[in-house]
Design a protein around this ligand. Structure first.
Ligand SMILES: *Cc1c(COP(=O)(O)O)cnc(C)c1O
Length: 357
């Protein structure tokens, strides 16, 4: 006897990247930032009055929302703070899509989207990406033709690191009849010249997702936010959000982190610098590595190599270094490698020289 709803009984849960307990492992598998959080975070924790935990937190994380709004030059009512970007994804689906209505996404994409769609009982429309991981020319028309109520676009794309221009996003938002969620989890690592914020003023169907997990080295905190027109933000803020979705300490930490832009920008610059070096080292080893605007590279293992991508994943793991392998169409001959610190990347290259040597 099962009490699960039929769609829950038949669905698969999300597979997280491996998180080993031991301290010796080098983790280049879940796109965490290789640098520590801002010193302002330690100061905020040290200065936190534990006594205040007696009370419920401010329900809508308004101090954080104000800090985010100031950072982006928008208003508080255009921002919602959420428990990681992942909570925003869940809120968008439960607020804007009825069970049975279709959700659009690219293939491949962030593997949490289909899981969340399954929970809500929503069928999925998948638009295959082009061979260079670009969006199909008629993406918006396809979304409309397939009656999608909501569509997810990761930008820069995961797992390829490809960037879609804001011009292109503008055209999609304009043509698409549903809600367009642009998942900007990796936006901080773009080389420059990308500014999507104006889209939320131009369109009432665009939501931007941001997270502190990658750019601010706070994956363990679980803090993210969404930006959109108030008509999209308010229903989630006032109705579908958990009444106290963010704890008091987390609100203080997240606020300190995004207010220390100087520090965050330094880590982003270091990641970008390491990304270029790592890419050229991987290419020298004979791997195919397209340019990436995120904090990871997608390395293709050519058929003439003596080992497969899966072999490499396994051999690296045996040596205490994790990368991400996806046994799915178009990715089975590739490895997604997070850009690590200089030392971590050097270790990876050393190991790969032995494996591919
Ligand atoms: C990391 C990530 C998120 C959000 O992650 P949280 O840790 O929940 O903030 C969203 N989308 C993509 C594509 C990601 O990689």
């Amino acid at each position: 006897m099962t009490f699960e709803r039929p769609n829950i009984a038949s669905m698969q849960g999300y597979t997280s990247g491996e998180q080993p307990d031991g301290g010796e492992v080098i983790k280049l598998n879940t796109n965490e930032n290789p640098y520590p959080p801002s010193p302002a975070v330690s100061a905020a924790i040290a200065g936190f009055a534990v006594e205040t935990l007696r009370r419920y937190p401010q329900p809508t994380a308004d101090v954080f929302r104000d800090a985010a709004a100031t950072l982006h030059g928008i208003n508080r009512d255009e921002v919602i703070a959420t428990r990681g970007g992942d909570e925003l994804l869940r809120l968008v689906i439960t607020t804007y899509v009825d069970p049975g209505q279709r959700i659009g996404m690219t293939d491949p994409t962030y593997s949490l989207y289909p899981v969340l769609a399954d929970i809500q009982g929503c069928p999925i429309f998948k638009q295959p990406l082009e061979s260079d991981w670009g969006l199909a020319e008629d993406f918006a028309r396809q979304l409309n033709d397939n009656d999608c109520r909501l569509a997810f676009v990761v930008n820069p794309h995961a797992p390829s690191g490809q960037l879609v221009s804001t011009q292109r996003l503008r055209a999609i938002a304009d043509e698409f009849k549903g809600v367009l969620l642009i998942d900007e989890a990796y936006v901080d690592f773009i080389d420059g010249g990308y500014d999507s914020i104006s889209l939320i003023r131009e369109f009432d169907n665009v939501i931007l997702l941001r997270t502190l997990s990658k750019g601010y080295s706070l994956a363990g905190l679980r803090f993210g936010y969404g930006m959109a027109a108030p008509s999209l933000i308010t229903p989630m803020l006032a109705k579908t959000r958990d009444s106290y979705n963010l704890d008091a300490l987390g609100q203080v930490i997240a606020t300190a982190a995004i207010q220390d832009q100087d520090y965050a920008k330094q880590t982003w610059a270091s990641v970008r610098e390491q990304r270029v070096l790592l890419q050229s080292s991987l290419i020298e080893l004979g791997l195919s590595v397209p340019d990436s605007q995120a904090n990871f590279l997608l390395a293709g293992v050519n058929a003439e190599n003596s080992v497969t991508a899966q072999d490499i994943y396994r051999l690296l793991k045996e040596q205490g270094l994790l990368v991400r392998y996806f046994a799915i169409d178009r990715l089975a001959d590739k490895l997604r490698i997070s850009v690590g610190s200089e030392t971590e990347n050097a270790r990876l290259i050393n190991l790969l020289e032995d494996i591919l040597g």
